[in-house]
Design a protein around this ligand. Structure first.
Ligand SMILES: NC(=O)c1ccc[n+]([C@@H]2O[C@H](COP(=O)([O-])OP(=O)(O)OC[C@H]3O[C@@H](n4cnc5c(N)ncnc54)[C@H](OP(=O)(O)O)[C@@H]3O)[C@@H](O)[C@H]2O)c1
Length: 328
């Protein structure tokens, strides 16, 4: 497994991480045994970076990672990034106070079974939070108090990332980046690399579209956001299929599949594209042990050649750009 260094964390992380939203069993029904099996399979395949949030399964995802860490003699190898903010009801800018930060991080520390969180990320707060200096002062207090080692932000939009990058101690930016979401590479990744800030590429498979396995007749469970959030009625539509209209995405994913090298899966192609495009780690959300292993194997695949890279760029320009580029 290749690794990359996030300078502001002073840590090497695996190029392929594991997204752990699905371990909360909010959708897709991943039970506890399967969660542990996925975490162990990822770890044994070289994954050292795990991304979760306090709201995933209302803490179930964090507790699964806590149980996993407790089971490992080599727990120090692993880096856990969690998030806070979405517990606020209603979810509004005024909720992002120091007192709330303390309460939220204390709960995450307990769930994960650690004294100090490796990384806390703001969980896509309302945009004004990024422009309020008090936000960053409060995050620094968490570091001073030993609750967290470092802080970062998860953002929906490029402009929010650029605002956070003005802070001298932001350690990481988590943002949707994938073959169907390229603007963050153009606008954020280069600047982040210059500053030593990590880029955590979330929704790297466009919610599974980039596995190439869905077609026009595929259906998703009632409690799956790929069913109920296609129009963005529950949260930002950019988090579901990266905001690409489903049928458009299925057709474009077929073209990606046609370019996939022999012996690779289409999901592996999509992830390899990311890891050679300037992100620190990609965090696919594996729902099975096989998916976790297949994704981790990307950390040993050779680079995609220039001609194929150009064709992948053309698919984006011809089919996807008009739906997403101006929006996020
Ligand atoms: N606001 C935020 O900060 C935010 C929002 C969204 C996500 N995230 C983070 O990003 C992580 C990843 O995002 P995501 O899970 O939404 O999207 P994703 O990683 O793009 O897609 C996950 C889906 O891809 C499919 N998949 C995964 N590995 C596969 C493989 N090897 N072969 C075939 N299919 C595969 C699975 O679909 P099936 O279920 O069909 O098998 C899985 O449910 C989350 O777990 C979370 O940590 C953060």
């Amino acid at each position: 497994m290749r690794t990359s260094k996030i300078e502001r964390l002073g840590r090497q992380v695996s190029e392929i991480g594991l997204g752990c939203w699905q371990l909360g069993a909010d959708w897709g029904n991943v039970d506890e045994d399967r969660s542990q099996a996925i975490l162990q399979a990822a770890a044994d395949s070289g994954v050292t970076f795990f991304d979760t949030a306090d709201v995933y399964g209302d803490g179930r995802s964090e507790r699964a990672i806590g149980d996993f860490l407790a089971s490992r003699a080599d727990a120090d190898r692993f880096f856990v990034a969690t998030k806070m903010g979405r517990r606020a009801q209603p979810h509004e800018a005024q909720a992002y106070t120091l007192d709330a930060f303390r309460e939220w991080t204390d709960r995450s520390r307990e769930n994960l079974g650690v004294d100090t969180l490796d990384l806390i990320q703001l969980h896509c707060p309302p945009t004004p939070v990024f422009f309020d200096p008090e936000t960053y002062e409060s995050l620094r207090v968490l570091v001073d108090e030993g609750r967290v080692r470092a802080w970062g932000v998860s953002v929906e939009k490029v402009d929010e990332a650029l605002q956070a990058l003005r802070e001298p101690d932001v350690a990481s930016i988590q943002i949707v980046v994938n073959l169907f979401r390229r603007k963050p590479l153009e606008r954020v990744a280069t600047e982040a690399a210059r500053l030593g800030v990590g880029i955590i590429a979330r929704v790297p498979l466009a919610s599974g579209l980039l596995s190439g396995k869905y077609d026009e007749s595929t259906t998703f469970a009632e409690n799956d956001h790929r069913n109920y959030n296609r129009d963005g009625s529950a949260f930002d539509v950019g988090e579901t299929f990266a905001g690409v209209p489903y049928d458009v995405g299925v057709r474009a994913a077929r073209e990606v599949a046609a370019l996939t090298p022999e012996g690779w899966t289409t999901a592996q192609m999509a992830l390899r594209w990311l890891t050679q495009s300037g992100v620190s780690t990609a965090i696919p959300g594996a729902r099975t042990v096989e998916q976790a292993r297949g994704n981790a194997a990307v950390g040993d695949l050779p680079a995609i050649d220039d001609a194929t890279m150009a064709q992948l760029a053309r698919i984006y320009d011809d089919s996807i750009r008009e739906h997403v580029h101006a929006r996020w």
